[in-house]
Structures are given as structure tokens and as C-alpha cells.
Design a protein around this ligand. Structure first.
Ligand code: 9MR
Length: 366
């Protein structure tokens, strides 16, 4: 190849992966100079929206799909500026055998984010689900006692947070610590280490990456009063002990068969008033199948309200959905007869909820 042609080929190849796709999606064909909804000010996609709203808009990523489906990958990178590994950073994924670390999938998420100018939420360090069998069995049969378990948890947090130091913006340090009635969830952590495991986890994570934002994350905190109060009380206790906690994550697994959590913005504000950063970390809005235009309209309303609620609280700076296409969503596998929870359908066509988000604007105060 002659040098000029080689240089041209390189120039064409490199920016294609280095630039967010939205940056290349302007120009002829994408809006005219005449203004209106088709004009240059029209919001092009979710990344464009995120820039205009000055928040991050993210999605959970399924790494196997990221590798296997180019249209999924292209769309993810075009629409989102923040990523969460749906499963790849969970303990059973990164250390399936004791001392044997399998970072490939988690690395892939971080690498994809670096190449596409996306930030990362690390999910999750301390949880009761998706623990490796060697750990749960060892605790059950007594071969792993409390002292060793504490050491194992400390090593896990330190190793994982250090590995991604400077590359993970925010960590879900402790996930789903409470029951629906506000009592602490009886996990192996609480049972064997006592309630101090939460403060320990935040301190260990902070030592491993002092700049990462450290979050408590949970579901139903959008509306469930006992859970809200218990979580607020815990955070105040942690702050009184100078535990480095930075944020509260609201998962936001909603369904249109239930009322929209109308008090959500106020709840976010109560956490923000404690000085915390706020994130919507796992939003999806499921419905009882079959899909109808009416249900899609209601779903669009829920997505739009969730974004508006986040925007109405200055501290809310990340809005992440738990998957962006109905082709790959956890919902049908978990809720019999329910589905269609995402912004795009199986063919990656935008649903009304997607269009609703694009038209959402900032409210006063930000
Ligand atoms: O979406 C995840 C699904 O693929 C897993 O099978 C499941 C196992 O527990 O976890 C799902 O993600 C959960 C997240 O990690 C924590 N909040 C609830 C999410 C949906 O169950």
C-alpha cells in the first residue's frame, strides 16, 4: 500500500473506535438547518441528551452479547456514556474457584468503556446473591469461620477495587442490605461478621481507590417507607462514624401494573440532603404481556417521570437502565408472563419510552 493510502486508511479506521458514535452522526441527513424538531437542535440520541442535561445516561451490559452481536455493541456505544456490568463483576464471575480470578469479562466492560469515552459503575462488591459456591459451601459447612470470612471479604474488595482503580467512577459497595420491612437482611455477612461489615466494606473500598464514589444500592427504596427509613438511619450512623460513603443508588425496577412511585423525587432529596450523590442504577419498566400501545404509552410516562425526578434533584447525576433492548432483559426469565421492559424492542427499534426520554428537559434548579 502506498504511504498516502495507508495514512488515509488509518485515519478512517482509528476515529471510528475512539469517538462516540453520536459525534459522527451529525451532518447531512441528521436534521436540517431550518430548526424545528428536525433541525440542528433536535436531540439525536441518549448520549446527546446526556450532554445537554449534564448527567450520565448508562446501561447494564451483557458481556457475552457485547462480543457476539455487533448491532448490540454499536447501539450501546452510540447511546450510552456510562456502563454497568450486568453480571461480569459479581463475585461468582471474578473468582469462581478460590484464588482463581477470571477478569476477562469484567476487563472487557472497562476496555469498551475506555475506547468509547464511557464511565463505569462497578457492580457489586458485597451482596448475598451470585456468590461463588466455594464461599457459600465453606461458610455453611463451617470450614470457613468468621475470622477467615472477614479476611476473605477484605481481600475480595481490595483486589477488585485496586484492579480497576481510576477506571471505575462509582462502586455499588453494598447491595440490597435490607428486607422490605426495614430489618437488616440476614446474609452470611450479617450473620457471621455482624452489622459492622458494612462500615468495613466501605473503608476497605476507599483504601483501595480513594477517588471512586462509594454507593449503597437497593431496590424498592423508591417508595417503600420502612426500607427508606432504615437506609437513611444506616447512612446517618455511617456518617457519624466517618465511614466514606458517597452515594445512594436507586435500582428502579418498576412495573406499569403498579402505580408510579410518585414520591420518588422527595425520597431522592432526603438522601441528597445527607450530602450524598444520587444515581438511578438499574431502571427498567416491565409490563404484563401482551404489549399494547396503551401499555407502551404508560411505560413511556414512567421512564419520562423517572428521568424528570432525577433531574429535579441536583445531586442526581447518573441515570442507568438495566439493559436497553428487549432482546436481552432479565425480566421474562424472572417474572412469568411479563416483559417488554426496555427502551428498545428486540430489533433495536426505539419504543415510545425512548422518544419520551429524548424530549425530557431540565427542570429549574440545575
Ligand atoms: O440482571 C441480572 C441477571 O442476569 C442475573 O441472573 C440476576 C441474578 O441475581 O441478577 C440480575 O441483576 C440484578 C442486579 O445484579 C441487582 N439488582 C437486581 C437485578 C435484577 O435481578
Amino acid at each position: 500500500m502506498r504511504p498516502l493510502i495507508l495514512a488515509l486508511a488509518l485515519a478512517l479506521a482509528v476515529p471510528a473506535i475512539a469517538l462516540p458514535a453520536s459525534a459522527t452522526a451529525t451532518g447531512p441527513g441528521h436534521g436540517s438547518e431550518h430548526g424545528s424538531e428536525h433541525g440542528p437542535h433536535r436531540v439525536q440520541d441518549l448520549r446527546d441528551l446526556a450532554r445537554k442535561l449534564r448527567i450520565n445516561i448508562g446501561s447494564a451490559v451483557d458481556v457475552a452479547v457485547l462480543r457476539a452481536e455487533p448491532d448490540y455493541k454499536a447501539r450501546l456505544n452510540r447511546e450510552f456514556d456510562h456502563l454497568t456490568a450486568e453480571n461480569a463483576m459479581k463475585w461468582e464471575s471474578v473468582e469462581p474457584e478460590r484464588g482463581v480470578y477470571t477478569w476477562q469479562d469484567a476487563d472487557e466492560v472497562v476496555r469498551n468503556a475506555r475506547r468509547n469515552g464511557q464511565q463505569v459503575r462497578g457492580h457489586t462488591l458485597v451482596w448475598h446473591n451470585q456468590l461463588p459456591a466455594w464461599l457459600t459451601t465453606g461458610v455453611e459447612n463451617g470450614t470457613i469461620g468468621a475470622t477467615e470470612l472477614r479476611q476473605i471479604l477484605r481481600d475480595h474488595i481490595t483486589t477488585q477495587v485496586r484492579r480497576y482503580k481510576g477506571q471505575v467512577r462509582a462502586w455499588d459497595v453494598v447491595n440490597e442490605a435490607f428486607n422490605e420491612d426495614g430489618t437488616p437482611r440476614q446474609t452470611i455477612w450479617l450473620t457471621h461478621l455482624g452489622p459492622g461489615y458494612i462500615a468495613d466494606a466501605f473503608r476497605w473500598a476507599h483504601r483501595a481507590d480513594p477517588h471512586a464514589k462509594l454507593y449503597l444500592n437497593d431496590y424498592n427504596v423508591e417508595w417503600n417507607v420502612p426500607k427508606i427509613e432504615a437506609t437513611l438511619t444506616l447512612i446517618k450512623q455511617l456518617q457519624a462514624q466517618r465511614v466514606p460513603i458517597d452515594g445512594m443508588g436507586f435500582q428502579g425496577h418498576l412495573g406499569i401494573q403498579y402505580d408510579y412511585p410518585g414520591d420518588w423525587a422527595n425520597v431522592m432529596r432526603r438522601f441528597a440532603d445527607l450530602g450524598l450523590e444520587i444515581a438511578v442504577t438499574e431502571l427498567d419498566v416491565r409490563m404484563v404481556l401482551p404489549v399494547t400501545p396503551e401499555k407502551l404509552a404508560t411505560q413511556a410516562d414512567y421512564y419520562g417521570r423517572a428521568l424528570s425526578d432525577c433531574l429535579s434533584v441536583r445531586a442526581c447525576r447518573e441515570f442507568t437502565v438495566w439493559g436497553f433492548t428487549d432482546r436481552h432483559s432479565w425480566v421474562p426469565g424472572w417474572f412469568d408472563g411479563e416483559g417488554s421492559a426496555c427502551l428498545l424492542d428486540e430489533n433495536l427499534a426505539p419504543k415510545p419510552a425512548y422518544d419520551k426520554l429524548l424530549t425530557t428537559r431540565r427542570v429549574s434548579g440545575r
